[in-house]
Design a binder for this molecule. Structure first.
Ligand SMILES: [Zn+2]
Length: 304
């Protein structure tokens, strides 16, 4: 069977199973012996003599362990390799040619076996393909996961940046606000100093010396000629400008219209301490009568 399988591709597989002469054990030595005889005895050696001698030669090898007949040394080696049997002896028994029936049967088995092998191979290839596909898909998934992670990281980065920008914006607004407060305090302090300088009676030393009511309270309010305004725009920026105390609020309005850096459009003016939104009828009023003298913060708001 193994021999059949090994020789399945031989061109003579379908020819009668007579062992070729070259495969018969001892044939070669017989021939060389024959030629030697020929050389030695001239014409005495005949073809009939040679064939008679050949009849006495071993026709096959026999496995001593399982009695299997083997056609040639090559077959014996193959048998030994397959079965681990190691003892062979020469045999004059000829391997009987297979009957037609046996040949058919062997061929059918051979074909069955080839088919089986092919199926196994196909099965194996299919498995390999599945394994490769699985691996490919796993790699694809890994790639997808990596991509998703990258995108998430990117999004976190963007969100973080946005948060930082917002924080910086808030801090900037805070700084502006503080600057405004500081300016206000500075102005108040400067004003108090000037007042003190022009009216020595109001100095703390004078107060301690004479516990009379504060002159500022009893005296009429000082007449201011200037009105210093800080105008806060809708974008957080501020304009600072000094107006005449008797100028109408409409002058401030015009100034804002001409100098604003934020979005254009209708707006109102208001103060926050105390909260007061100026109406159109206030526009003709002088700044001092609106309580904006000597200095105030005006807030620009978008009109709805
Ligand atoms: Zn054997």
């Amino acid at each position: 069977m193994d021999w059949l399988f090994a020789h399945a591709d031989d061109p003579d597989i379908d020819e009668p199973f007579d062992a070729p002469k070259g495969n018969v054990l001892g044939k070669e030595s017989t021939e060389s012996t024959g030629s030697a005889i020929q050389e030695g005895h001239g014409e005495t050696a005949t073809s009939s003599g040679a064939s008679a001698e050949q009849d006495l030669q071993a026709r096959s090898l026999k496995c001593d362990e399982c009695s299997k007949l083997l056609k040639s040394e090559l077959d014996a080696q193959a048998h030994a390799a397959k079965t681990q049997h190691s003892s062979f002896s020469e045999s004059v028994e000829e391997i009987k040619p297979l009957t037609e029936e046996e040949k058919k049967e062997q061929l059918a088995r051979l074909q069955e076996r080839i088919k089986q092998k092919r199926l196994e191979k196909e099965e194996e290839e299919k498995k390999d393909q599945i394994a490769r596909e699985k691996m490919r898909r796993n790699q694809g998934r890994d790639l997808g996961v990596a991509k998703q992670k990258l995108e998430e990281a990117e999004m976190r980065k963007i969100a973080e940046e946005r948060r930082r920008e917002k924080m910086e914006e808030k801090l900037a607004r805070q700084r502006v606000k503080e600057q405004i407060e500081k300016d206000k305090r500075d102005r108040a302090a400067k004003f108090a100093k000037e007042k003190e300088a022009s009216n020595p009676a109001a100095s703390p030393a004078a107060k301690v010396a004479s516990p009379t009511p504060a002159p500022a309270a009893s005296q009429p309010p000082k007449e201011y000629t200037d009105c210093r305004l800080q105008i806060r725009l809708t974008n957080g920026q501020a304009l600072t400008q000094t107006f005449g105390a008797k100028e109408p609020l409409s002058a401030v309005r015009l100034y804002v219209e001409m100098n604003r850096t934020d979005a254009q459009g209708p707006f109102s003016l208001m103060t926050s301490f105390p909260r007061r939104v100026f109406s159109s009828s206030d526009m003709d009023m002088p700044l001092d009568s609106l309580g904006l003298v000597p200095s105030s913060v005006l807030i620009v708001t978008r009109m709805q």
